[in-house]
Design a protein. Sequence first.
Length: 469
Amino acid sequence: MLVNITNFEQTGLEQITAWIDRNQIKQLDEKACKEALRTASVFFVAEGINRVASTLLCELKASYIQQSQRYVTMDNDAFQLPIYADDEDNKQAKILTQQAYKLYADMSELKPGEFKGRPKLDNYQHGIPIEDARYILPLSSTTNLCITMSGDKLYDLFQLIDDREYAPIFCEFKKKLEMYIPASISRLLSKASIDDNARCNNYDYAGNVIDNDAENSDGYEDYQIILEDLYQQYFDRISSDDNMVLLDKFNNLDLQVGLGALTSTQIKTSSEILADWGLEATDKAKQIAKRVLGYGHDSIAEQARTTFGMMCSLVTYHQQVRHRLPESRREHFAAVINDDKRQITLPETVANSKFREQYLELAAEFKQFSRYIYQKYGLADALPFLLNCDQLKMIISSNARMDAKMLSERTCMNAQWEIRHLAIKKLNILRGFSDSLYETALPSCVLGKCKEGKLSCGRQLEVKAMFAR
């Protein structure tokens, strides 16, 4: 399947084009580009892109809906592989990928017979659902992605597709996209992104100068290297064994929210209120926060912020970045490829099956091959050989309002098992700081009636008992 852009629609781009032409604008910086595009809107479907591209696109924090991996097929166009200079590398890439697809199909084989709707666990021949079998699929797998973004996000999109690390991944995508973006806007965005990358990306991931002009680039260094140095202190605290770690938070979450609740309704300043409260400040703030939240004024909970470190499979990472409200930072993909000791995610159903050793051996082969390709050809050509089961470290900064909403969905028994386990870990930590702020961060059945309808797990009493503890 070739990459294609379909169903393109936009608002505001014609007016911006006329403004560019009228003022004979040749170049704009980031601030001006984004300001000009801010109220425009863009919609399109990216068909046949691989999951490397879809993951990077989702990191831009626009709005996305992606085709489920339960629709992966064994067709020849079910995956996209780079074309290497060495034919042996091309041959090995295809053999490995086909082995992963075959194992995926074997593990998720259905029992003979007909059934209605989505398969249940007992419909699978080996007790391994598609949701677990997909962990062995590589990021070369193709998918369809529905994208809606505000116009200013086009600047970030062009930054991504023109980035020297990722440009090879988006070559065909960019050609198709530029068929729909007005030429004058596309020229401005491409020039801005290429100029920015020329300034900032003068070093490779190892810190080596990649062109003769790099040393005379007005003092710019590769921002990725500098940022990795900043965030490494946090990444070092995260591991497979400790995969949900509190990195930082405001000192007193209830107090932050309580003061926020009173700011709009009191003539007194916060310092005067705290002086009146004295040693009872936390208790009084908690009572006020609980009462105001009870009125449905959830915005006050945004005053409480926490920062967590998480380590998860690429399956769960993809789910995480599709939620665009929390701020997050992942480690560089090269760290995943080059870490010899890093564990992979092994679903329990696979671990307890006859496929365990085959799964582990194939994952090890992919690991070795991706490192070989990375060293020989570079990052973009190696990324399609990351597997869904490969684990990635990330940092997430969020507020209590969005956490309560997200955790209420992710602690549900219908949530994917890995993200549910991580959500419950996070909830346990957060409830230790404030039970009132995260009172609604629970499955709907615990608080009242299950909202899953016909898809309900049917285990409400068990779930209520679990969260009561």
